[in-house]
Design a protein around this ligand. Sequence first.
Ligand SMILES: *Cc1c(COP(=O)(O)O)cnc(C)c1O
Length: 361
Amino acid sequence: MSRYTGLIERYRDRLPVSADTRLISLGEGNTPLIQLQNIPRLIGKEVDIYVKFEGLNPTGSFKDRGMTMAVTKAVEAGSQAIICASTGNTSASAAAYAVRAGIKAFVLIPEGKIALGKLAQTLMYDAKIIQINGNFDKGMALVKEVAELAPVTIVNSINPFRIEGQKTAAFEIVDELGFAPDYHCLPVGNAGNITAYWKGYTEYARYSASHAAVTRNLPIMCGYQAAGAAPFVAGHPIENPETLATAIRIGNPQSWDLAWNVQKESGGWFDKFSDEQILAAQKMLSQFEGVFCEPASATSLAGALHDISIGKIPEGSRIVCTLTGNGIKDPEIAMQQCADAKPVTIDASLDAVKRAILDSL
Ligand SMILES: *Cc1c(COP(=O)(O)O)cnc(C)c1O
């Protein structure tokens, strides 16, 4: 078995690279698909739920799948600098891949609205951080304008190479399960990722057909948003999106038409969930399955559990939920979630420690 060197190498035949392309990679992709064992029992439903834990990518989010492709292609085209607007994870990822490539990264972030871990990472990767007193949507508009005036390549998900890289998550799922799930649930912000998964599933189905393998049904795509930032549920952009799930605090999704197309073609739907429901799902995954994702990521499970409970997703279904980012990204929310479980300090004596153990058993 050869050493794993990243998703472009693995799916080279289905990505826009040539034999001469210099690959900018940190070994992204190949993330675990974990079958939930305790939560289905807890809710008393006969369902197979798998979580695709994208928090285990090199910078801790699925953005790395798109970034390896986008930066590879930017470098191939001779670009010396990349730029993005970000709620945090895109900036961390862009910064890391820019360092790897030896080019510059500029990132626009909304002041005070990015999780601590993401800011720390982006600083460590030595990106040029431009903080604006406006939200993501404002930053995105500025990035599009400035890229017309300065020699910088945009690496937000409006860059088509981002979608190309991200579609490989669907390839991995079908490769591993041997079939496509019945339902695929995702948190939706700019809707690049739901677009990418659908592209991946449909391409895989065509690819299998041409290789005479068994072609299974395509999944129904479920896109879930935070209640305070749910333009797809409202049917129009939202002026002032608000949610604790900062990664999806987006009011004007960049892949608007593409995501509606996914909804129609797959027979899926959009829905929204409160911050309380999202945080409860995040806690549940940590507490009962040992999987710690960031708040936005848990929106996929919050949605799946809701739709299972009302029978919209029927028993017997095989469901994949994408967990887009790592829980360590947002330590402040995690600490708030566990405010009642603050550790108590006791005497450093054998007797006191023994008593502490016996009291908790
Ligand atoms: C970027 C991001 C999302 C949203 O993905 P879109 O492609 O913008 O819909 C969700 N969760 C996390 C953790 C993210 O970083």
